[in-house]
Structure formats: structure tokens, C-alpha cells
Write a protein that binds this ligand. Structure first.
Ligand SMILES: [Zn+2]
Length: 55
């Protein structure tokens, strides 16, 4: 299953059992892409998440 990267237009290869909400990396530009729909497949740039929020 293939989809197009919204950032660079590159082809993304997805697993056949990809799920809504899954984050897949673009191998061309390195963007994180969120699967917003699987039928048909639609990808969107995932919001950047800072993981070091701290307390
Ligand atoms: Zn890309």
C-alpha cells in the first residue's frame, strides 16, 4: 500500500494493516506523518511533539 508524502511528495510504503492514527516516517524527508484515513489512505504531517515536557 502506497501513499504520497504531503511534505515532499515522496512515496510512502505502508503496511497492509496500517491503522488510523498511526505515525509513519517519511524515508525521503524524515517527516512524521499521521495516517488520518486508511480507505483511501490519507497522510498528514503529524504535529511535532516535544517529549521532554519535564515536571
Ligand atoms: Zn517526505
Amino acid at each position: 500500500m502506497n501513499a504520497e508524502c504531503p511534505e515532499c511528495g515522496g512515496t510512502i510504503t505502508l503496511a497492509a494493516d496500517v491503522l488510523d492514527g498511526e505515525i509513519v516516517p517519511c524515508q525521503d524527508c524524515g517527516a512524521d506523518l499521521e495516517v488520518v484515513s486508511v480507505s483511501p489512505v490519507v497522510l498528514a504531517l503529524a504535529p511535532e511533539v516535544e517529549e521532554d515536557w519535564g515536571e
